[in-house]
Design a protein around this ligand. Sequence first.
Ligand SMILES: Nc1nc2c(ncn2[C@@H]2O[C@H](COP(=O)(O)OP(=O)(O)OP(=O)(O)O)[C@@H](O)[C@H]2O)c(=O)[nH]1
Ligand SMILES: [Mg+2]
Length: 365
Amino acid sequence: MARGQLEQKRLIRCFQLSASEEAAGQDANRFRHSFGGVGSRLLPAPPESQWEGVGAMPMPHRTFAQVAKRRLVGKEGTERVRMIRSLMSELPDYKNGPYADLRKWLEGELDRTRVRAKVIHRDSLSVRREGAAQIAFVGPPNAGKSSLLQALSSIQIKTGDYAFTTLRPVPALTRIGGVLVQLVEIPGLIEGANEDRGGGRALLGVLRSADAIVFCGALGESFEGLRIVRAEVAAARIDKPAIVAATKADDAPGDALARLAAAEPDLEIVPVSVLDDVSLDRLREAIWQLTGLIRVYPKRDGKVDEEPFALPIGATVAEVADEIHHELGAVCAGALVWGKSARFDGQRVGRAHVVADSDIVEIIV
Ligand SMILES: Nc1nc2c(ncn2[C@@H]2O[C@H](COP(=O)(O)OP(=O)(O)OP(=O)(O)O)[C@@H](O)[C@H]2O)c(=O)[nH]1
Ligand SMILES: [Mg+2]
């Protein structure tokens, strides 16, 4: 068959596609009207010979784009790849112009779908809780989340100068002021996560069970990725205590911090670099504030324990005693207290006395 004929056949197929697409939008309707609705009567295609000399038209490119987008809605993974391939086969094979642009767009979609498919697709993921609190690190790909987790804990985790290095939530335990806190990297949260793009629902599920969130955004880059992640989290109605870790602070233009503060005015911003230990300590302290916990150091037999107990803000002496041991909670008569909640060192207080962060408490029975 001559190339011209072949092409014509393909264009006709496109046109059939347009006509059978129920809600293809105004363009399609206009198109159908101008051809007297003939498209819907074209199925099945008549023999090739009948088309000789007939001025068959491809589906208008705008209609094709609408139809293509609609067909891709809600499809992910192999199903989406198959649909993209089928759409590509229906496109006229022009080298330039709007149809060539559509082909390029579909090729891009193919790549993006494959990258997303690498991110885990499961309905639910869970991270076993450990430590006194669970803090989720979330942000656009390549923001430096894994590098932070690694710098704040002793875990070895793959980092890389490309998106989607981390494919599933990774937990890491860190000690903040002597209390074990669990940090969890939530990877690959992308636009459309609420519609489950990139397995977004399961990832948001992990985020939902965390106690607080550290949003990560690289200072040297556009803040758009961070905005998208925050919008997805808000759309999922996840509202937790949060800060922004402004990552890669060593590699940022001078005005970047001010621009980020303007872009995210509602959250505390903590600039941090994995190369700067002081900034990491500041981030640790900010994370501790997020937990809503206080550290209380028990004193026994004249010696202060190195490991504090973590208790909610507002905890009383009786609750401290109960945390040390239930039986001690029952028989506790009060305590001697050193620290911010005491008027003087070793003040004698009752069971109902409210302790403060970093207090030393010696229970009296
Ligand atoms: N200069 C500088 N580079 C950093 C810093 N933190 C991370 N990077 C680099 O940024 C790149 C991405 O780091 P990752 O920790 O893999 O980022 P991520 O957010 O976990 O990335 P994904 O898991 O792919 O979403 C790597 O090349 C890191 O070396 C930093 O504080 N300073
Ligand atoms: Mg990572």
